[in-house]
Structure formats: structure tokens, C-alpha cells
Design a protein around this ligand. Structure first.
Ligand code: HPA
Length: 280
């Protein structure tokens, strides 16, 4: 039963960390693991030692929880996620996100390599996710609902937290980075989209496409976490230029955004800590 896994994994994390319980968790997408590399008092806990956590199988997604101080603020990094293209059973993703809630995390920030649907948003850009469209054809909450975790029919109002987006914009300004904002359209993959699918994604209101972010947002919202996210533009979507898309190309494109994402997170983390101080 995955509820037992949640409690066991929560206990392992709390017994291992060497910093106060973090309030912010950051999920690191393909090629974005470097954010976890510069934490002070860092403790790394492989997913394989956390009951119910995903087995990550994709290159660039080593599975580990890293908890430490980032500019003196405790944060929890998730290096690696489970994708909807890997399986029909998203239970490990649910266990991982719900464990965050049990640990005491309040906000999940997702980062994910994405394709741009906007000719003016080039490779290497960062886009704050303001909303999403789920074109995956699945929903991680399908199946039995546990009312003690969240409601059967959760609202997706403010799914991508507007206040956090404002904080991200403020942080981007301070870091002198252009931060785009827009709608993330999630396809299940694992193949990249066709040119016609990209045309559709633009028509229905999308600004970026990707194969992640949305399942974790839904699970996090359901269990009461706030969610914020950065789509890291690793390529122009299919048909927008002559590039042939591949995972290697995604990783190379994500590297172009490396210094900007780092600067953004460096500024966001202290701003988050100030703006989300607990009122005693
Ligand atoms: N499409 C879907 N997923 C992606 C893309 C894309 O163009 N780039 C990175 N992840």
C-alpha cells in the first residue's frame, strides 16, 4: 500500500537530513541536475533506498533526493522523475510527491526541458508556467482516491501559483534575465510531436510543449502543495525550424539555459524564503 511507503520514505528523509525541514522542493528535469550540486550540508538519498519511489531509467535523470542549504535556505531537490511515457502506473510518482507533503514541504517547483511554440522564445530561454493543457490522455489521479490525501475531484484553480510566478518575475528582474510566461502543453511522448500536433498546440493556446510537469502538478495540487514551474526551452518545437529532435539535442539545448536557470533559482530561493515566512 503506497500510504505505508509515504510514511516510511518520509521517516527516512527526516532522519537523514542535516538542515531544518525545507519548505521548497525543486524537481530537476533532463540535464538540470546541477542545481543540486552546490548545496551546503547536503545529504543525498538515492530513490532506491526510499520505499515506493520511482526507478528512473532515462539518461540525465539520476534518481536521488538531495537536501541541503541553498544560499542558507533549506531546499529539497528531486533529481529524476517518473514520466508518463515510461509506464501506465504512476503510483511511484504519486508516492514521491505525497512524501514531500508528509515531510513538510509547502511548494513544489518543477523544471523541465521543453520545446518552444513561440518563434520569439528561442532555445535557452526560460518560461514560467502560468497554466497547462493536459494532452497526455491520462491523469495520475485515475483510480482509487484516498480522501485523507485529497479530494476525489480536486480543483485546478491557480494550479500554477500566481504569487510564486510574481516572485519568479521579481527574481528574474534582479538576476537580469528575461523570464517568459505561458501555457505548457503536455504530450505523453515518448516520441516528439508531429508538425500537425505542434500546429494544434499553438491553436489551443500553448506556448511550450513537453512530456512532464503536468502529472506532478496534478498530484501536488491534489495533496495540498502549491506548484510553480520553469519550462527550460531546449529546442524549437517540431516544424519550427529544420532541426531533427532527439534526447541528445534536448540535453544540449537545456545546457544553453544552465547559467540563466541557476541565476533564477539563486534569486528565487531567498525571495521564496522571505515571502513565505511562517507567521508565528
Ligand atoms: N516536445 C516534447 N517534449 C520535449 C520537447 C519537445 O519539443 N523538448 C524537450 N522536451
Amino acid at each position: 500500500m503506497h500510504q505505508y511507503n509515504i510514511l516510511d520514505s518520509c521517516e527516512i528523509i527526516l532522519s537523514r537530513i542535516k538542515v531544518p525541514v525545507p519548505r521548497l522542493a525543486i524537481m530537476l528535469g533532463s540535464g538540470l541536475g546541477y542545481i543540486a550540486e552546490n548545496l551546503d550540508k547536503a545529504v543525498t538519498i538515492p530513490y532506491s533506498s526510499l520505499p515506493g519511489f520511482p526507478n528512473t531509467t532515462v539518461v540525465g535523470h539520476e534518481g536521488a533526493v538531495v537536501v541541503g542549504l541553498f544560499n542558507n535556505v533549506p531546499i529539497l531537490c528531486l533529481k529524476g522523475r517518473q514520466h508518463a511515457y515510461e509506464t501506465d502506473d504512476l503510483t511511484p510518482l504519486k508516492t514521491m510527491i505525497r512524501t514531500l507533503k508528509a515531510v513538510g514541504i509547502e511548494t513544489l517547483m518543477t523544471t523541465s526541458a521543453s520545446g518552444s511554440l513561440n518563434a520569439d522564445m528561442p532555445t535557452g530561454s526560460i518560461m514560467a508556467i502560468s497554466d497547462h493543457i493536459n494532452m497526455m490522455g491520462i491523469n495520475p489521479l485515475i483510480g482509487e482516491n484516498y480522501d485523507e490525501i485529497g479530494p476525489r475531484f480536486p480543483s485546478m484553480h491557480n494550479a500554477w501559483d500566481m504569487e510564486h510566478t510574481k516572485t519568479m518575475q521579481k527574481s528574474a528582474k534582479k538576476a537580469k534575465i528575461k523570464l517568459f510566461e505561458g501555457v505548457y502543453v503536455a504530450f505523453r511522448g515518448p516520441c516528439f510531436e508531429t508538425k500537425a500536433e505542434i500546429k494544434m498546440a499553438k491553436i489551443i493556446g500553448g506556448d511550450a510543449v513537453g512530456m512532464s510537469a503536468v502529472p506532478e502538478c496534478i498530484v501536488a495540487k491534489h495533496c495540498g502543495l502549491k506548484v510553480t514551474g520553469c519550462a527550460v526551452i531546449s529546442n524549437m518545437a517540431e516544424g519550427m525550424n529544420t532541426e531533427i529532435l532527439s534526447h541528445e539535442q534536448t540535453l544540449a539545448g537545456a545546457r544553453l539555459a544552465k547559467s540563466n536557470l541557476k541565476k533564477l533559482v539563486e534569486n528565487f530561493v531567498p525571495n521564496f524564503a522571505v515571502e513565505n515566512k511562517k507567521v508565528a
